[in-house]
Design a protein around this ligand. Structure first.
Ligand code: PLP
Length: 361
């Protein structure tokens, strides 16, 4: 028998939110099943992207453009950077292992927060390097502790802002102080998957550090507000030397033709983005109020999901919700066994969720 390398045996695979089809199959449910587990846009796919994808389907027999020329140019124009400063990935998570493989030797370390988005931790494991996890402070990143944890061999610090699963953000001021103290041989990965949902003026402009030519890789995605999670499309901005390193490591044709067309069209879909933000804001207010009335502790969120605490093993609540046709997400692996992360849905989905809570709790 062939055996995997020792460090690969220790990798714990990512556990995604359950697909609707799987829950229907397992529980033989008759009621409509709603998924509030993976922070997808409850309004669905951007209509402009959908139209572009239908068009692109006809050309599925042709390989896609390996360089994502038109999409990178569209992103470059929108964000006022050069196309060479952009990488496009099969989802933004694809870019994480490219960075760890490019910059971490096995005896190097990377730092993130204990309750940070887990995919970065997997990416460090994939590179076979050392992961340093720093405790959180009030369910948020503690940047001072991260700076204190830096060692001679530290090459990457990963920050997801807002943080999944707590929904907290680091402010402009906190990020500014952090960069002032950070050694300049360390790459900061700033994962901004929920960027388009932000309305708070205290949220940092990470492009400021990009323009100052700091070692920064900014990640964004089409999976959330643009409603393209199933198309797998994400992107990153960094200096062109870093982008060129990462491009060498990706698979050829990593972004398919249909997704490239979707991305180009979605960038122009201001209406869908605006509607997504509005529905999310209204849902937030409704759910905060409802959770308060139910006596449930929650963290105010800057994303499209809420961290809700149940003071008991949340697996029980998760299963009870699932039997009622509502899929949420346990986050035990993030260190929160009593909490669920629940995506903010449409008005009717949110109402159904609260009605179900009243029944099961
Ligand atoms: C912080 C963070 N980064 C990245 C992703 C995944 O993005 P993508 O679908 O582009 O791979 C998620 C999705 O849940 C996320 O929460």
């Amino acid at each position: 028998m062939i055996e995997a390398k020792d460090y690969i045996k220790g990798i714990r695979p990512y556990k995604p939110g359950k697909p609707i089809e799987e829950v229907i199959r397992e529980l033989n449910l008759k009621a409509e099943v709603i998924k509030l587990a993976s922070n997808e846009n409850p309004l669905g796919t951007s209509p402009l992207a959908l139209k572009a994808m239908k068009q692109a389907l006809k050309e599925s027999f042709l390989y896609p453009d390996d360089n994502c020329y038109f999409l990178r140019n569209a992103l470059a124009a929108k964000f006022k950077v050069m196309p060479e400063e952009i990488i496009v990935g099969n989802g933004s998570v694809e870019i994480l292992p490219l960075a760890t493989l490019a910059y971490l030797n096995p005896d190097d370390s990377a730092i993130t927060s204990q309750g940070a988005f887990i995919w970065f931790k997997i990416a460090v494991n994939i590179a076979g390097a050392k992961l340093i996890e720093v405790p959180m402070k009030n369910c948020a990143y503690d940047l001072k502790a991260i700076l204190n944890a830096i060692q001679k061999n530290t090459r990457i610090v990963y920050i997801d802002n807002p943080n999944n699963p707590t929904g907290t953000i680091l402010t402009k001021e906190e990020i500014k102080n952090f960069f002032q103290q950070l050694p300049d041989n360390i790459l900061v990965i700033m994962d901004e998957a929920y960027y388009e949902y932000i309305t708070d003026p205290n949220y940092p402009d990470s492009f400021k550090y990009f323009r100052e030519r700091k070692n920064i890789l900014i990640l964004r995605t089409f999976s959330k507000i643009y409603g393209l999670a199933g198309a797998r499309l994400g992107y990153g901005f960094s200096g062109k030397e870093i982008i060129s390193d990462l491009m060498k490591l990706r698979l050829s044709f990593n972004v398919n033709r249909i997704s490239q067309s979707a991305g180009i069209a979605a960038l122009d879909d201001y209406e869908h983005v605006e509607r997504g933000r509005k529905v999310n804001e209204a849902g937030k207010e409704f759910l905060y109020d409802a959770y308060k009335k139910l006596g449930l502790f929650y963290l105010p969120t800057y994303g499209n999901f809420i961290f809700v605490n149940f003071d008991r093993d949340s697996q029980i609540v998760f299963e009870a919700l699932q039997r009622e046709g509502i899929i949420t997400r346990t986050i035990k692996e993030y260190g929160f066994p009593n909490t669920l992360r629940i995506t903010i849905g449409t008005e009717s989905q949110n109402r159904r969720l609260i009605k179900t809570f009243k029944k099961i709790l």
